[in-house]
Each structure stands twice: as C-alpha cells, then as structure tokens.
Design a binder for this molecule. Structure first.
Ligand code: BES
Ligand code: ZN
Ligand code: ZN
Length: 497
C-alpha cells in the first residue's frame, strides 16, 4: 500500500476557466447556432460585430450547415473574428431547446476539438453550468495504462475558456465536473489496482482534502461487528472486504441523508460463476459506491445545507475454498438472515449490512445506488435507472434524475414479489423463485432492511453506470459517472426544503 494512495491513471479533462472577454491567443472560438426555417441562425453572443456575424452566417450556409443539434462546423479565416477558427455548434430549433440539448451538443463539440490548445467558448450564453458540464465531460478521455504517448492530433482539447461573468455558477459547475470525473475514474480503474483495501484508502485520503471525515472498518472489525453479508461475499477473495464511512457535517439542524453504494470491486459471480463473455465489465460493479463517494465530496465542496453520511461496503466476489456457497444461511449486521440461492446475487447481501448500519444513525432520507441486476438492463435498457423505494421520494428522485439528464424511471414493488423472496430456512432468499421482475425482487429484498420512518430510494444503475458502447453526447466510453448528478441535485432539493 503506497503512503499516499493514488490511482494508476485518471481520465484527461480540459482545463476550464472563465473570462469576461475573448482571451488572447485562442486557437478557436465556439459559438452556438440554432436551426431556423431557412438555415442556421446565429444567436447573439456579443463577441462579433454585426458585419462579422453576417460573414460567419454566410460561410455556414455556404458549407451546408443547418444548426441541427450536435452539428459541428469548423470555419477557418473569417475576417474580423480575431481567431483562426470559428466552431459553430448546432443547438437545434430554438423552440425545442433545453438544457440537455446544450449539454449534449457541447459534449459532441468538445470531442470535435481534438488537437486544439486553448479555445474560447460562448456556449454558456444559453446556460453556463450546462455548457461547462457538457463540454468538460464530453472531452473526458481515459487511456488507462497505455504506455504509448497520445498523438497530438488525437489529444483532447487542452483548455476551454468560457466567456461569461457568472463566476459562482462556473465554480459550482466545475465542482460537479470534478465529482463526475472522480466517479468515472474510480469505475475505470481495473480491479488489479482498485480493490477494497486500496479503494477505501484512496477515498479516505481524498476525504481529508475535502474536510470530510472517514472511517474504515477492516476485515477484523467487520467480523467483530458481525457484518455477515460483507464477510460472506468478501470471504472468497485474498483482498479482504472493507466498510468505508464518510461524513460531511453542514450543521446540526440541517436534514440528514444517508448514502449507500454497492462497492463490489470485481464480480466473478463467486461459486455461481458468471460466463466469461464480458466478465471484464464487472470492474464497474462498484459504480454505486463511486457515485456515493463522489456525491459526498460534492456536497462538502458545494457547502450544501444537508448532513451526509455515506456507508460503503467494499468486497471482491471470487470463487475459492473460503467462498460462501449456494445453500448457505448468513446472518447480516443487525441479525436478519438470508438463504443464499445464488452467490452472484451478492450486491444485495453487502448492501443489506450497509443499509442496517446507515439506518442506525436515524437519517431523514436514505439514498442507495447499485449496479444490482442484469434485469434492470432487460427492463429499462442501458441508459435508464430503475428507481424504487418510498412512493413519494422515489417519484421525486426519478423526476430530478430526468431533469438533470440522467434518465430514471420509477418501478413498483408488485404484491406478488414478497412471495418470490420467501425462504423456508431464513428470513429471505437472496434471489426470487422465478426470473420475472428480477430488478424489483432485488429492490424488495433491500426494502426489508430499511428502518421504518426513513424516506428511501434504491437506484439500480447496472446499465447507466457503464457505457460499453460508443460515446454519445457528453457520455464517454466506460464509466459514465451516473448517478452523481442526480444525487447532488436531490441533496440540493432536500437542502432547499
Ligand atoms: N453485478 C451484477 C449485475 C450486473 C449485470 C451489473 C450486468 C451490470 C451489468 C449482479 O451482482 C448480478 O450478477 N446479479 C444477478 C442476480 C441474479 C443471480 C438474481 C443477475 O442480474 O444476473
Ligand atoms: Zn453478481
Ligand atoms: Zn454484482
């Protein structure tokens, strides 16, 4: 274990800054264009004279630009612009325009700027925070431990200078960017380097920087404390489990929120081993914990008026002579028992311990997130989070998710689901008797560990946490950072009420 814990590699993100006017030596300037009935329309950003604006518009029309959302057109050598290149970014029809359109177009534009040094951006004219988020997150480039140097022409844009005077919005947006980037970096780090011990140590070191208190329970503490779920799941690995607790205190009278996130640093399935195809994607099975940790730091850095405590179970699910088995009965923290039907349904077992521990603090709200079921992907696809929990809070969280551009949909606990999870020999089975409604079975299982009077929500992010396809909008390959922006927005919403 290195003295100062660090990740072997992190994603590259452009430097972000803000300036009231066009900086000297910008290599390009980004400008927004809308799609009009008769071709592109330049939105007034105030950086060009009327005459220059006409010249830009003529050049755009000449090359067939329309202003459609995510259309990027580069124009060189337009007189009067003070920059070598003007990059027009389509935002679609002004009637349909919304924040997500801006974030996505900004993200696509950022990736079209590979090889550029310093560029100025006026995209913030239509929403500075969204322009900053989309631009920075869309450019994120993770090269892991590739040893060859990146060709200059392939390198992400070096620096984006946003032309704006909204310094407060800018700094809040950059904190959000940092938080999403942290979650992506954690998810993208291979399990060879990110395992319970190294993960907890890294998060605790960051916590110190942000004024967040950290506590780590190691395997001996966990055995002593009777965290039976975490001990069972982590038992088959040479890398022993941890329970990380992070606390950000705003002030005594503020509402309290418990965050819990699944931190399976690798999920082989254990004795109920997974097929080899795509098993490498299971480095992302700690996506819920990454979002949880990043959200606590965001709350602290933004100074939100909520007290937040994160409880993060970390374990590696491996097959071994010391593994737990199908048929085992385990006793969770707090005393409830589970019959193990399938050792690949491990997330809920470690979360059960963590949820019981989190509820001991008597939080007003509990927000739990996990890459929990393949059934989430079947039901809602790769991009939409399944949200379960207390009716009202569940609907509020799903709505907030959609509003920040992290698609989310409320799911029920149908009455028949409780029968699915009944065991003859323990309080609960860890999988349902049928394969129907697997996402809700898992959510229902978790509900049995939540204390009464706590408004709670479970987010199944099996698909949304990880993009195994191509980049789109401001979502890059691999770790997406979901649902950090939803959680931070929910914390802000709780603080405002
Ligand atoms: N980590 C997986 C869920 C998952 C699947 C996340 C695909 C991301 C992408 C989880 O631990 C798991 O294996 N769940 C099982 C549950 C089943 C055994 C009831 C599943 O979904 O197959
Ligand atoms: Zn599993
Ligand atoms: Zn898992």
């Amino acid at each position: 274990m290195p003295k100062t814990p660090s990740l072997p590699a992190v994603g590259i993100v452009p430097k972000l800054s803000i300036s009231a006017k066009l900086p000297k030596k910008a290599e390009a300037v980004l400008i927004p264009v809308f799609k009009g009935d008769n071709g592109p329309e330049i939105a007034g950003t105030g950086i060009f004279s009327d005459k220059t604006q006409v010249a830009v518009l003529e050049a755009l029309s000449a090359v067939g630009a329309t202003g459609a959302a995510q259309e990027v057109t580069k124009l060189a050598g337009i007189p009067g612009t003070d920059v070598p290149v003007v990059v027009a970014v389509g935002l679609g029809s002004s009637d349909d325009f919304d924040a997500e359109t801006l974030r996505r177009s900004a993200g696509v534009a950022s990736r079209a700027l590979k090889g550029f040094g310093k560029v100025a951006s006026t995209l913030g004219t239509f929403g500075l925070s969204d322009a900053v988020l989309g631009s920075a997150l869309g450019a994120y480039t993770f090269r892991g431990q590739k040893t060859a140097e990146l060709e200059a022409a392939q390198a992400p844009v070096d620096e984006i200078v946003f032309i704006s005077d909204k310094k407060k919005d800018f700094s809040a947006a950059t904190i959000l960017v940092d938080s999403v980037v942290l979650a992506r970096n954690l998810v993208n780090t291979a399990s060879s380097h990110l395992y319970p011990e190294s993960y907890a140590a890294y998060a605790a070191a960051l916590a110190e920087d942000y004024g967040v208190t950290a506590e780590i329970l190691d395997d001996k503490d966990l055995a002593k404390g009777k965290f039976g779920g975490l001990m069972a799941v982590g038992g088959g690995s040479a890398r022993k489990p941890r329970l990380l607790r992070l606390t950000y205190t705003a002030k005594k009278s503020a509402p309290s929120v418990a965050l819990v996130g699944k931190g399976i640093t690798f999920d082989t399935g254990g004795i109920s081993i997974k097929p080899s195809a795509n098993m490498d994607d299971m480095i992302s099975d700690m996506g819920g914990s990454a979002a949880t940790i990043a959200s606590v730091f965001a709350a602290a850095r933004l100074g939100l008026k909520v007290n937040v405590t994160a409880t993060v179970p970390m374990a590696e699910n491996m097959p071994d002579g010391e593994s737990y088995r199908p048929g085992d009965v385990i006793t969770h923290y707090g005393g409830k028992t589970s019959e193990i039907i399938n050792t690949d349904a491990e997330g809920r077992l470690v979360l059960a311990d963590a949820i019981v521990r989190a509820c001991e603090d008597k939080p007003d709200y509990l927000i739990e997130m996990a890459t929990l079921t393949g059934a989430q992907l079947v039901a809602l696809g790769g991009r939409t989070t399944g949200v379960m929990g207390s009716d009202e809070f569940r609907d509020r969280v799903a709505e907030i998710g959609r509003s920040v551009g992290e698609p989310a949909w409320a799911m029920p606990f149908p009455e028949e689901v409780s029968d699915e999870m009944k065991s003859d020999v323990a309080d609960l089975r860890n999988t349902g008797k049928s394969r129907f409604g697997g996402m809700m079975q898992a959510g229902y299982y978790l509900s049995q560990f939540v204390a009464e009077d706590v408004q709670w929500v479970h987010m199944d992010i099996a698909g949304p946490a990880y993009n195994s396809g191509s980049p789109y909008g401001y979502i890059t390959k691999r770790g997406t950072g979901a649902p950090v922006r939803t959680v931070v927005a929910v914390l802000e919403d709780i603080a405002a009420k």
